[in-house]
Design a protein around this ligand. Structure first.
Ligand code: BTN
Length: 279
């Protein structure tokens, strides 16, 4: 159900910087400002499953590979969710990042964003530019369970980006010409994440991989460069394994299974001439 402003909220003000909002199964701790929502949630040691931390701005938002995440006040969704999966599900943990990207892509499409794509593993793109990223961090919580903090950043109302991001980043407002209410986007996204996570919990990995593959042009037949630390591979993508790893047929004919790495689309001659003619 979409969250309307008139909806009666079970909300309690805990401090000027913090509010608690109930959106079953989620309990959302909303902050005006934090260094990083992932760091805040990791510090909430006794928090139950489905605890979320959201902030209007992050002063030290983190991305994958020790990058920063641009977190301008009020413009984006900066959200972290706590899951407590059974420890025997750890081989399937990478699928949680994939399911978050699927939920983001579906929510963006519902909001009228065209050209939505997912770049392996978890980046949502619009028109080839990054609009959302996922930072999944797992911490062991004893022999029986894991604590998984799934951080999701979505560029919503940004009208521009710092110069170093202006070629590579976009936002919902740039793509559609319209602003959204961040809380409405958050609640719809959480509904979708809850649905996909329930499938994941029941072991329906194939449904997640199938949906991811339908939403991603990177799933098959894409000529890409993959950087795995200092190793550079080029090849064509050939689907995902059942735990979400990327199969790559390299240019020398070998088949590699990529568990972690940075994927970039290889520019074709057509892409390059398009760039030159529009420059
Ligand atoms: C990436 O694509 O590099 C991942 C970006 C993840 C950003 C989100 S914003 C909310 C959460 N808190 C953080 O510090 N990072 C994640």
């Amino acid at each position: 159900m979409t969250h309307l402003k008139t909806e009666k909220e079970a909300m309690s003000a805990q401090s000027p910087n913090r509010m608690v909002i109930h959106r079953p199964p989620f309990i959302i701790h909303h902050f005006t400002s934090l260094s990083s929502t992932n760091d805040q949630l990791k510090a909430m040691a006794a928090a139950p499953e489905f605890t979320c931390v959201v902030a209007d701005e992050q002063t030290a938002g983190r991305g994958r590979r020790a990058r920063t995440w641009y977190s301008a006040p009020g413009d984006g969704l900066y959200l972290s969710i706590l899951f407590l999966p059974r420890s025997d599900s750890s081989p399937r943990l990478p699928l949680t990042g994939l399911l978050a990207a699927v939920a983001v892509a579906e929510t963006l499409i519902e909001r009228g964003v065209a050209g939505v794509d997912i770049k392996w593993p978890n980046d949502a793109l619009a028109g080839g530019r990054k609009i959302s990223g996922v930072l999944a961090e797992a911490v062991s919580a004893g022999p029986e369970s894991l604590r998984l903090v799934l951080g999701v950043g979505v560029n919503l109302n940004h009208r521009s980006f710092p110069s170093e991001l202006s070629e590579s980043a976009t936002s919902l407002a740039i793509e559609t010409g319209e602003r959204v209410i961040v809380e409405e986007f958050r609640d719809r996204l959480l509904e979708k994440i809850a649905q996909w996570y329930e499938l994941w919990r029941r072991g329906a990995s194939a449904s997640i991989i199938d949906r991811w593959s339908r939403l991603s042009t990177y799933a098959r037949g894409k000529h890409v460069v993959v950087m795995i630390e200092d190793e550079k591979l080029t090849g064509v993508t050939d689907g995902l394994t059942e735990t979400g790893a990327l199969r790559l047929v390299t240019d020398d004919g070998a088949v590699r299974t990529i568990l972690a790495g940075e994927v970039t689309k290889l520019r074709t001659r057509a892409d390059l001439s398009l760039r030159h003619s529009s420059a």
